[in-house]
Design a protein around this ligand. Structure first.
Ligand code: SAM
Ligand code: DTB
Ligand code: SF4
Length: 336
């Protein structure tokens, strides 16, 4: 067995705990964090978490699929790609009134942010007025707004911001070296370009990825390294555990060990210390204890409500009981 890596083996080990967020991480440094003894890693991540956040607080977002299925991209994990036979039917873009009614319910259920997802490769200008109407309607309810609509041009990002969009979700999904094993209809650079358009329009970014797609630890470190060297770290950083979808190329992927998932959360917390790290898809198949370990390691956001986009999520009662048992409460939000 290799000798354990000690914190003193890492360059400037205290910097990520007491210093400002860094944007000059190397891939080797991120990989070295993954190799730390588990308890040491979680302890350090918990320290950093406390440096920037109240660790009893959790941010709560709720998803709605406003345009389901029939997507032109071939993301190997996705139930909504037209390339795979998953049983998900293609539907039309919902009307603003339907979306706003769902957002009212989400708010009543405790959601703080409402995230509208569309199974699109990119936003078409013809759909912009309808999307803008749903965004401004949701914003008027006093909820934070988020959307994930595929690739955007800079002028479209500005239009969404003007409609009242606070966050745009656009994930890098995995490390650059593994990307073409997951999707071939777009490039890593396409994703980075949309993220730049979102930042330039003055919106907050929500960007993370998925574990459990057959990637190596190096690929997981590669994803977190890419996020850590962005000009601005993501404001929200979702870490999804693959929801395996029958009929997709990744539907039979071996599940990732729970302790490895916790390592992913902890390293995300260390390299992007001020990001709100979301324990995203996959909580449905995680124990309460595993989720608690993720919160200890620095996760401070979840999706609430019984459904994600097309798959299921713990229901409100289950989550309320979990958070009560952990002594956690909704994150204090900045005034809108
Ligand atoms: N079409 C847009 C796009 O891809 O950016 C927005 C919707 S897409 C469903 C949003 C993100 O959800 C993906 O980038 C991926 O990270 C995540 N996701 C999709 N299917 C998933 C699955 N089966 N398990 C875990 N995460 C998934
Ligand atoms: C993200 O990172 N995870 C969410 C949200 N951003 C859009 C989506 C999870 C989808 C899980 C599979 C499904 O429900 O279809
Ligand atoms: Fe389309 Fe998004 Fe699914 Fe990829 S993840 S197939 S872009 S809906």
């Amino acid at each position: 067995m290799n000798a354990p890596i000690r914190p003193s083996d890492l360059k400037d080990p205290a910097q990520s705990v007491f210093g400002q967020p860094r944007h000059d991480w190397t891939l080797a440094e991120v990989e070295a964090l993954f190799e730390l003894p588990f308890m040491e890693l979680v302890f350090r991540a918990a320290e950093v978490h406390r440096r920037w956040f109240d660790p009893t607080e959790v941010q709560m977002s709720q998803l709605l699929s406003v345009k389901t299925g029939g997507c032109a991209e071939n993301c190997g994990y996705c139930s909504q790609s037209a390339s795979f036979d998953t049983g998900v039917k293609a539907e039309k873009l919902m009307g603003a009134a339907t979306v706003i009614a769902a957002a009212i319910e989400a708010k009543a259920g405790g959601a703080q942010r409402f995230c509208m997802g569309a199974a699109w490769r990119d936003l078409k200008d013809r759909d912009l007025p309808k999307v803008a109407a749903m965004i401004s309607g949701v914003k008027a309810l006093g909820l934070e707004t988020c959307a994930t609509l595929g690739m955007l041009r800079p002028d479209q990002a500005v239009a969404l911001k003007e409609a009242g969009l606070d966050y745009y979700n656009h994930n890098l999904d995995t490390g650059p070296d593994y990307y073409d094993q997951v999707v071939t209809t777009r490039t890593y650079q396409d994703r980075l370009d949309t993220l730049a358009a979102v930042r330039d329009a003055g919106m907050s970014t929500c960007c993370g990825g998925i574990v459990g797609m057959g990637e190596t630890r190096r690929d997981r470190a590669g994803l977190l390294h890419q996020l850590a060297i962005l000009p601005a770290h993501p404001d929200s950083l979702p870490v999804n555990d693959l929801m395996p979808i029958a009929g997709t190329p990744l539907g039979d992927s071996a599940p990732v060990d729970g302790l490895e998932f916790v390592r992913m959360i902890a390293v995300a917390r260390l390299v992007c210390p001020k990001s709100v790290v979301r324990l995203s898809a996959g909580r449905e198949h995680m124990s309460r204890e595993l989720q608690a370990l993720c919160f200890l390691a620095g996760a401070n956001s979840i999706f609430v409500g019984g459904k994600l986009l097309t798959t299921s999520n713990p229901d409100q009662d289950t989550d309320e009981a979990l958070l009560a048992d952990l002594g956690m409460r909704p994150m204090t939000m900045a005034a809108n």
